[in-house]
Design a protein. Structure first.
Length: 189
């Protein structure tokens, strides 16, 4: 065997080993989803807390501004939002249920979307976005559930998500950055 043939085989083996090492490294990474996790998904993001006009107190009402992202695996029409409590009951303030009348929807880039005669729709593997205002009554850590319903081929589907809004009370949830988790601890005297 000539030295040229020997070098070609060595280079070939190095290329194969490098390819296997690259494949092992890539397969060890977590998969990132580029599609909804189910037929219908919703993600909530607390944008800001807006205090009332005047002095704050336990009986004062403020509002939480929440971004709502709805994504669908299949084309879904007649998208409806409901604001609920964790037990599934309607969100009430001063004894009256709060409803989302017809929110203004946009695509993920912010372009306005007009509803069709069948209500607001989201394309297959698409995402739509809106911002809702939820009144908060009393000092508490409010757990706001947003339920989303829609129709796929005439069949109803639904999902929900929850966001926490600390209004007039400290939120003692741990802050976890993936490496360290920090949380408040009350000292004992």
């Amino acid at each position: 065997m000539s030295t040229f043939g020997f070098h070609q085989r060595c280079v070939g083996l190095l290329v194969i080993c490098a390819g296997l090492a690259l494949a092992a490294a890539v397969s060890g990474r977590p998969a990132s989803a580029t599609e909804p996790q189910g037929d219908l998904g919703v993600t909530l993001r607390l944008v800001e807390m807006i205090p009332p006009n005047g002095p704050a107190g336990p009986s004062k009402i403020g509002v939480a501004k929440i971004d709502v992202f709805v994504e669908a695996f299949r084309a879904t029409r007649d998208i409806q939002l409901r604001i609920l409590r964790p037990d599934g009951s309607a969100w009430n303030v001063k004894g009256r249920p709060i409803e989302t009348v017809r929110p203004a929807w946009t695509d993920p880039t912010g372009e306005p979307l007009e509803p069709s005669t069948e209500g607001q729709a989201v394309q297959a593997r698409g995402t739509i976005r809106t911002t809702i205002i939820v009144p908060l009554e009393g000092a508490s850590i409010h757990e706001i559930v947003v339920g989303v319903t829609g129709l796929v081929d005439g069949n109803p589907i639904e999902t929900s998500a929850v966001v926490r809004a600390a209004w007039g009370a400290p939120d003692n949830q741990p802050v976890d950055d993936g490496i360290h988790a920090n949380f408040s601890v009350k000292g004992v005297e």
